[in-house]
Design a protein around this ligand. Structure first.
Ligand code: DON
Length: 579
């Protein structure tokens, strides 16, 4: 099958809410991905409409939300190569129709031969290039094991049916959008150019693909066939494992067949918080996201944000101060809880938030102290998608290769990109400096430890009812994008389209400044923030929150592809799982 494009290039972002509302009122068509779609049954929203459609088709055939999430994830590995992956890792948060919830952690792990000083050369000099963009930057991938585990625990459809759509997309190809054709051409002539297999996978015999051409990925198709036939053994053992280990040996990486064989995804207890009567369900460590979001919400619960006004100077000041405090704790305490003690109960408690509020001055910005600790680099390339099925099971997934196109290394003969997630470990013991390196203990590379993440797939509920499935890419901005989606819905009564479209801000403790999306606020508001003592930077876009909201009145699911992403789209589903 070869999918044609269903809608033309997106209107420019910040084409205001009114236009979005008109698009919705025009009425989406079930069974075809849309920028915004509505359904009484199932819904999938992702950064690539083709993958949303693959998930919606699984729902229509009787699969549940976990099945659809797995199919969508495999399809994104073919159609959204900057971040969709089988060579990376991520997190899945699941809320069942009875209100219970769980999570699957499939974050990459450090190879067995890792050590905290692995990015220092013989002179003890730290190398950013080696830490972030080399074979030593590759963590043991987790995605296939995570999907396998989620399916064994909670899926109902046959595994092969979930992988088959991606096999077809890779073997038969799909039509390249303008955005994707441009993106893979830039990668193949840029960072990918040094690796023959990367050039082969992302060009047409060395020439760039154009928009409208069909892109086929036969090596990736064969890898996906092995996964279809042998589940995670098709990746972690046999041919695929040998291909990965051979590329690691060739390029000086650490991952061996033993590392792959030993990789395990973990089911973990979610982070749970409450905010003005809403329940927030999110990801525990090795994500920092759930803890940081709940900390910030607990701080903000004390203030009347509604009467301050959305994105007013007073509102932005209070939110920035909450973010500042949550991010300081992130740097101080958070890491893989299998290896370090993380005081989760304390950090997510209401009493602790009261303590953090004690020095929050409504009239004056606090000051972040760089001497406490500094922050590591994090790339803004990841992808988030959301699924709800007809029974109300909700699945929130964020997964990543870390940088766009990860390490840039396509496994020869395997056709898939490897992550550069080891860059999320701290650089080296004691190496903390003003340019943003960090050397604190908890998040140093150790054999089989998982690197700290900001990915925050989350679910919002109220009085036992599902309200929204949310999350975003964007490095550390992920936490704040997800936080603001919650504030937009709870404090400002926005529906999901408004909440996703609304301009976003970011503060991460250090550097000590507020970042606002371009055109987010008027110059008066920027001035007022500066008068409160904030440094303010305006420009750019933040995140890609491909979300689903559920109408409290009718139960209708509203899927929204974030207008900031060219190919994002939502697909509603009818049929058994999406009734
Ligand atoms: O796990 C993390 O927090 C980062 N590796 C995520 C990178 C990311 O979000 C890129 N996003 N667009």
């Amino acid at each position: 099958m070869c999918y044609p494009a269903p809608f033309s290039a997106r209107p420019l972002f910040f084409l205001a809410l009114t236009l979005l509302t008109v698009a919705v009122a025009a009425g989406p068509v079930l069974g075809q991905a849309q920028e915004t779609a509505r359904s009484d049954g199932g819904m999938v929203s992702s950064q690539q409409w083709i993958a949303s459609q693959a998930g919606a088709d699984v729902l229509a055939a009787g699969g549940n939300a976990v099945d659809a999430a797995i199919a969508t994830g495999f399809a994104l590995a073919v159609t959204h190569p900057t971040a969709g992956n089988i060579g990376g890792g991520g997190f899945m948060v699941i809320r069942f129709p009875n209100g219970q919830s769980t999570t699957i952690d499939f974050r990459e792990k450090a190879p067995l031969a890792s050590h905290p000083e692995m990015w220092l050369d013989e002179n003890g000099e730290y190398s950013f290039q080696v830490h972030h963009l080399s074979h030593l930057a590759v963590g043991v991938p987790g995605t296939v094991a995570g999907f396998d585990k989620a399916h064994r625990l909670y899926g109902v459809a046959p595994w092969a049916d979930l992988v088959e759509p991606s096999v077809d997309l890779a073997n038969d190809g799909f039509e390249l959008s303008e955005a994707l054709a441009g993106s893979i051409a830039r990668f193949a002539s840029g960072r990918g150019a040094q690796y023959q297999a990367s050039v082969a996978a992302f060009t047409n015999n060395g020439s760039p693909y154009s928009a409208g051409e069909t892109w086929r990925q036969p090596d990736l198709g064969r890898t996906l066939e092995r996964i279809r036939d042998d589940r995670s053994d098709g990746f972690y053992r046999g041919t695929t494992a040998r291909l990965i280990a051979a590329e690691m040996r060739r390029g000086g990486g650490l991952i061996t067949e033993e590392d792959l064989d030993q990789y395990e995804a973990r089911e973990r207890t979610p982070i749970k918080g409450t905010y003005r009567g809403y329940d927030v369900i999110s990801m525990p460590p090795p994500s920092s996201g759930g803890v940081a979001i709940v900390t910030a919400l607990n701080i903000l619960e004390e203030y009347d944000l509604t009467s301050m006004g959305h994105n007013s100077a007073q509102y932005l000041h209070h939110v920035a101060e909450a973010m500042r405090r949550a991010f300081r704790d992130r740097a101080m305490y958070l890491a893989d809880a299998d290896f370090r003690d993380v005081p989760i109960q304390r950090l997510t408690g209401k009493d602790y938030a009261a303590w953090l509020r004690r020095d929050l001055d409504p009239e004056r910005a606090s000051i972040s102290h760089p001497s406490d600790v500094d922050q590591p680099y994090e790339s803004p390339e990841t992808t988030h998608y959301s699924v709800v099925d007809a029974d109300g099971m909700a699945v929130s997934v964020t997964y990543t290769l870390e940088s766009g196109y990860g390490s840039g290394i396509v496994v020869p003969g395997g056709g898939f990109l490897l992550n550069n997630e080891m860059g999320d470990f701290n650089a080296a013991p004691g190496l903390t400096n003003a340019s943003g390196l960090i050397g604190t203990e908890p998040n140093l590379a150790r054999p089989q430890q998982r690197m700290l993440s900001s990915m925050s797939p989350s679910i919002l509920a109220h009085d036992g009812d599902l309200v929204a499935v949310i999350g975003s890419p964007g490095g550390r901005t992920i936490i704040n994008t997800t936080l603001q989606l919650i504030l937009n819905m709870v404090d400002f009564d926005m529906d999901i389209e408004e909440a996703v479209a609304a301009p976003r801000m970011h503060h991460q403790w250090l550097p000590d400044r507020i970042r606002l999306e371009a055109d987010a606020v008027s110059p008066d508001v920027v001035l007022a923030l500066e008068q409160l003592g904030h440094a303010v930077q305006v420009g750019g876009r933040q995140g890609s929150a491909n979300a689903i909201g559920v109408s409290a009145r009718t139960g209708v699911r509203i899927g929204v592809g974030d207008p900031r992403s060219a190919d994002a789209g939502a697909a509603g589903s009818s049929g058994p799982g999406g009734r």
